[in-house]
Ligand binder design. Structure first.
Ligand code: HEC
Length: 98
């Protein structure tokens, strides 16, 4: 491969990497479900999310609570992982529009 060819190849590879990681920012409810089942269900069944006086009243509040629990459990989740669990809980249980 010529030098110009190599540079072109590197540029194409870089643009694929960018496409990969921009996409990974979209919350992934399936990954959220796995995280939730592994780390959160030890204490509560899904009933805790269906209480009459349940705590969150918006997506932002689900996020606050998930953030609090993951910190309490010392899980050191990244923001994207918190978002995945919020997406999972909102799609399956809370169904807040915002
Ligand atoms: C040590 C036990 C325990 C663990 C581990 C735990 N929870 Fe909880 N969770 C509770 C209890 C007890 C409540 C209800 C008490 C309350 O109102 O805070 C609760 C309530 C919640 C609520 C609010 C439910 C509602 O609709 O009112 C959310 C959301 C939640 N937990 C998410 C999580 C997530 C996400 C994790 C994992 C990172 C997690 N919890 C791990 C015990 C636990």
């Amino acid at each position: 491969m010529t030098m110009t060819g190599l540079l072109k190849h590197a540029a194409i590879a870089a643009s694929f990497t960018a496409a990969c990681c921009a996409h990974a920012q979209v919350p992934d409810a399936a990954r959220g479900q796995a995280l939730y089942e592994n780390h959160c269900q030890v204490c509560h069944t899904s009933k805790v999310h269906a209480r009459v006086n349940r705590l969150p009243v918006s997506r932002a509040e689900i996020r606050d609570i998930v953030e609090k629990w993951q910190a309490q459990q010392k899980l050191a989740w990244r923001d994207s992982e918190v978002d995945d669990v919020v997406a999972y809980l909102n799609q399956t249980i809370y169904r807040f529009q915002r």
